[in-house]
Design a binder for this molecule. Sequence first.
Ligand code: PBG
Length: 332
Amino acid sequence: MSFAPYPQFRARRMRRDDFSRRMQRESVLTTNDLMQGLFVCEGDGVRDAINGMPGMFRTSIDLLLQDAQTCVALGIPAIALFPSIPAAQKLPGGDEAWNAEGLIPRAIKALKASFPQLGVMTDVALDPYTSHGQDGLLTDAGYVLNDETIEALVKQALAQARAGSDMVGPSDMMDGRIGRIRAALDQEGFIHTRIVAYSAKYASAFYGPYREAVGSAAGLGKANKLQYYLDPTNSDEALREAEADIAEGADMLMVKPGLPYLDVLQRMKEKFRRPTAVYQVSGEYAMIKAAAEKGWLDEEKAMMESLTAFKRAGADCIVTYFAMDAARVLKR
Ligand code: PBG
């Protein structure tokens, strides 16, 4: 292909005016792309600010319903729910995770009763429920057991599906969990319950504020999740994980965190052409919020630019704590 360089080609011609900038725009963010992350806790009328996530709260179910209503009004398709349970309920085995009367099942039931059209995704992993803060069952030597953990995750996913969860999101990175969860869901007739597989979840420093929010930081202490989350240096490994998840029945793939892993997102979408989500995690939210509070960044512009970057890289769905804020901007 011959390319006539400058002065025949002037890239700035198309960038000169608003109309021609709009005409050559490649990626468009819409409210349909957004999933709002929300934290739920016990109690009544509780709205407890989360350290490190300005503007985010742990809310009791009654107030969670208000936020859900706002999401519906703004046209946000779905929310992702995360539990902050009392420390006293946390056990080494994370048993509260599959309590049919637990916080998350009760929240799901309340949400689906009030807003049946709002999609609900629930997290499948034991970390908010274990006293040690790991996503699975731990040996004395500190190893997170794979197959035993899957059995617990299956119980957790079933408890969520029975309560009415629309999407279960295994975020634990155990091998083989997608297939086992799919089989268990199907066996109970939950053929419509979608599995959003956190296929490429990295052992990242950007989860800090979330661990405070769900109270897993204290249990975790100086321990890490390197044995089961992906190594930040790798992206071929992420594709292998995605391939396995697809084979096991994942309906949607996910990359997490977001901005530091845009290359992984792009590769995953290009290679598999599957519905692909990205998770803009707590630390990414915190960075924008903190810089904006200091007056160092324009919060709204940085937020919209980061979300649009996910679209450019190929994301179909963006899980973000900014969903409501971004939807308000998009509505203007
Ligand atoms: C763990 C889980 C994590 C997040 C959601 N579920 C990571 C972790 O604590 O290791 C992080 C979300 C965020 O940082 O916003 N299953």
